[in-house]
Design a protein around this ligand. Sequence first.
Ligand SMILES: C[S@@+](CC[C@H](N)C(=O)[O-])C[C@H]1O[C@@H](n2cnc3c(N)ncnc32)[C@H](O)[C@@H]1O
Length: 242
Amino acid sequence: MSGVQDKVQQHYDQVAEIYDSRYNHKRGRSYHAHISRHVMSCLPEGGMLLDLGCGTGLFVHRYSSQGGNAVGLDFSRGMIFRARDRNRDSDFGIGNAEILPFRDKAFDAVASLLAFSYLKNPEQMLAEAWRVLKPGGTLAICTLGRNLLTSGLPAVYTLGEVMRIRRVGMGAFGERYYAPDEMTGLFEMTGFREVTARRCSFAHLNLVDPLYSLARRIEPFVEEKIPSLAYNLLVSGRKPDH
Ligand SMILES: C[S@@+](CC[C@H](N)C(=O)[O-])C[C@H]1O[C@@H](n2cnc3c(N)ncnc32)[C@H](O)[C@@H]1O
């Protein structure tokens, strides 16, 4: 792994114990549920799913509780420890999402939430997802999009690191934020078809009240009518049958 990847892995090992207090509690919980619903809407019901950068297994839990089977992979041992604890009936592996330890055509679907921005070789991850998908299988990725809201994040994260603020995602990791056509291009270059990219999630966890409550209320309207204001990108594609 590269030095930056080691740094991301160490960061998530260090924040594993506080991760769920950000993403599975109050606002964080509704935010994660919201993007999970978007991702879920792209996936086949049931079947065998691989979740890349699965973290503490929040999405694996959702997918399994809706009748599917899921396997999670993450390079942070600390995150995987918690994922296993949450999902006793699912399998988890510790490893890099860019080099998958699975056989060809093993999964009906591959998903990844909030992890793609960290990848050093996104093309390689996509090629690996393609390899492990069965023909007709679906890949769905939710990642931070490139827009006004995210353009300031690297500076904030770098400052947070200098000030030694201990918070999930706080650090200079050289994250990459993508425009919809960039993601569509990457998917299509890998061979995926029926590729769609749309923006989702407008209510940002860090907004102060009452702005947050207002943002939650108008979120459905923004996502439908002015998606450029939403800060995550949801991209999905299908591996052709032949
Ligand atoms: C913001 S967390 C998201 C976790 C989870 N997907 C969720 O929705 O709660 C990002 C996760 O991606 C993992 N990650 C980042 N780059 C990775 C890579 N190259 N291979 C495996 N895991 C990676 C981190 O260890 C971390 O657990």
